[in-house]
Design a protein around this ligand. Structure first.
Ligand SMILES: [Zn+2]
Length: 306
């Protein structure tokens, strides 16, 4: 039995075998001769010809109606057995005793097919270029899991690095009242207030800085002085612009994205970002520049066959 692997750091394994939201996978055609033939068929407008079908049959790794074992590391199989039969069940502990320490315990590349607990059935396959993917197919590739995971990771990073919003109250007129003030990080707010208070004797006019956490903002907020990212709740006033300009490699954008995915705008955002997400996902899984290169791929549809 052949095996197939799905990336777990981006949630694709679970999307395929647990949630069954991933029902498609694209595998890049690397054979030089096949690529040459496909390029020629494309130039001649003959991609529908019987010859293209021959290339598919010759170079596709998996067949329609074929059942594949889904690769899983030994330790993950052990955890699955614990979940299913109990932490100290014979099934789980027996498995651990027998296989712990073997190469596949931590690396699913080496797991024998007959030990892999999950299987999929290939239901359809065809060849296309990577960028021919439709919005609907991006969703079938598992981009929702991907977006959820990267936005959560980005938010964790952002929250570690960011400061609460700080405002300055009093001082001169330019700063006004706290809730209309300029946004600062704590350090810059303290510095700025000190500067404003220099030489001021009157207690009444002294500038003070205050914490304004959980503030609602239209869009991303940074310290006006040093540019440090600040914590905020987004009001989604510029939702379309934010989605249009979303960069999935930017920690600041991912912090905003998590708030969007957590709101009533979730489905709308996923629809808008599906293609961008798939391009980003494929570059992370298959190497930077893969999306841009637009290679030929075999598109497989599948369903869980446990
Ligand atoms: Zn600052």
């Amino acid at each position: 039995m052949q095996r197939i692997g799905f990336n777990q750091p981006y949630g694709l394994h679970d999307a395929a075998v647990v949630h069954q939201t991933k029902t498609m996978t694209r595998r890049i055609i690397t054979d030089v001769k096949a690529i040459q033939c496909l390029n020629e068929l494309e130039d001649d407008g003959n991609l529908d010809s019987a010859y293209a079908q021959i290339i598919l049959e010759k170079y596709a790794q998996y067949n329609v109606d074929e059942v594949l074992a889904v690769k899983l590391s030994g330790i993950d199989i052990f955890r699955q057995l614990q979940k299913r039969y109990g932490d100290s069940s014979d099934a789980a502990l027996g498995f651990k005793e027998m296989y712990q320490g073997m190469a596949f315990w931590t690396n699913k590349m080496f797991t024998p097919a007959d030990l892999c607990p999950d299987h999929i059935l290939i239901t359809h396959r065809h060849i296309e270029r990577l960028q021919d993917i439709s919005n609907e197919d991006c969703l079938k590739e598992g981009v929702v899991s991907f977006l959820d995971i990267i936005s959560q990771e980005g938010t964790e990073k952002y929250e570690k690095k960011a400061d609460a919003i700080h405002w300055i109250e009093g001082g001169d007129d330019t700063h006004g009242w706290a809730d209309q003030g300029i946004n600062y990080c704590e350090k810059c707010a303290e510095k700025e207030a000190k500067k404003m208070n220099k030489g001021l004797e009157e207690e009444l006019y002294r500038a003070v800085y205050s914490y304004a956490g959980g503030n609602e903002e239209d869009s991303s907020v940074f310290c006006e002085e040093c540019g440090k990212p600040l914590l905020y709740s987004c009001l989604f006033t510029y939702l379309d612009d934010d989605l249009e300009n979303m960069c999935l490699d930017s920690m600041c954008d991912l912090y905003l994205l998590e708030q969007i995915l957590d709101s009533d705008h979730r489905d709308y955002a996923i629809e808008k970002l599906a293609r961008l997400a798939f391009a980003s996902l494929i570059d992370k899984v298959s190497g930077k520049g893969t999306w841009q290169r637009n290679p030929w791929v075999v598109v497989y549809s599948f369903k869980l066959a446990n």
